[in-house]
Design a protein. Structure first.
Length: 201
């Protein structure tokens, strides 16, 4: 899966490493590959110190060594789920790769939508082991619910602002990463064979 923002040093970088940390903690790192890209990265920049400190305080590693990378079609085509910081980023992804519509969401959109679907269906919308691609397609059918519930789809860019702005961004994004960890666990959970189903006929 792929996170996208502008510079790939704040929102998408924090999302990538924050989700990777959660997946490792849940023993899911071998099931899901996570990356991030920027629409206009400056490869001379690094992750701002407030976000590095915030990450280290939570045990998140990799932010201090993260280097921004540009978004390209190959990255988009290789991702089963694409999560952008803003609606503008989402539109840019779709202009380049229109076929990505049913697997591309904004961060706030997906963070709102998945819990809504769980509540409405008691979790049955997401069948264990259905895969990330199928999960994305099912969620996309209901995206209007999240959009109607939100005042906006964008996670504000803290770059160049006060430390509090970085921390506010992180505190808004972290619950989204928790939601994603749970959904990805369920979507990639190995299917279990019911006892007795291996009997020969």
């Amino acid at each position: 899966m792929l996170f996208v923002c502008t510079g790939n040093i704040c929102r998408s970088a924090y999302a990538e490493h924050g989700l990777s940390h959660r997946l490792r903690g849940a023993g899911l790192e071998d099931r899901i590959a996570v990356g991030s890209r920027g629409t206009h990265p400056n490869q001379a920049l690094t992750v701002p110190r407030p976000l590095v400190r915030r990450g280290l305080a939570q045990g998140i590693t990799g932010l201090e060594d993260h280097r921004p990378a540009p978004l390209d079609r190959r990255a988009v085509e290789g991702a089963d789920l694409i999560i952008t910081a803003t609606a503008d980023h989402l539109d840019l992804v779709l202009r380049e790769t229109p076929t990505a519509l049913k697997r591309t969401f904004t961060m706030l959109e997906i963070g709102t939508l998945l819990p809504m679907l769980d509540e409405q269906t008691d979790g049955s919308w997401l069948q264990p082991g259905m895969g990330v691609s199928a999960m994305s397609r099912v969620a996309a059918q209901h995206r209007s619910q999240a959009r109607n519930a939100l005042n906006g789809l964008d996670l504000a860019d803290p770059f160049g602002k006060a430390e509090d702005d970085y921390l506010e961004m992180a505190s808004t994004l972290e619950p989204v990463l928790d939601v994603l960890t749970d959904a990805l666990d369920r979507a990639t959970r190995p299917q279990t064979t019911p006892q007795g189903s291996n009997r020969q006929h």
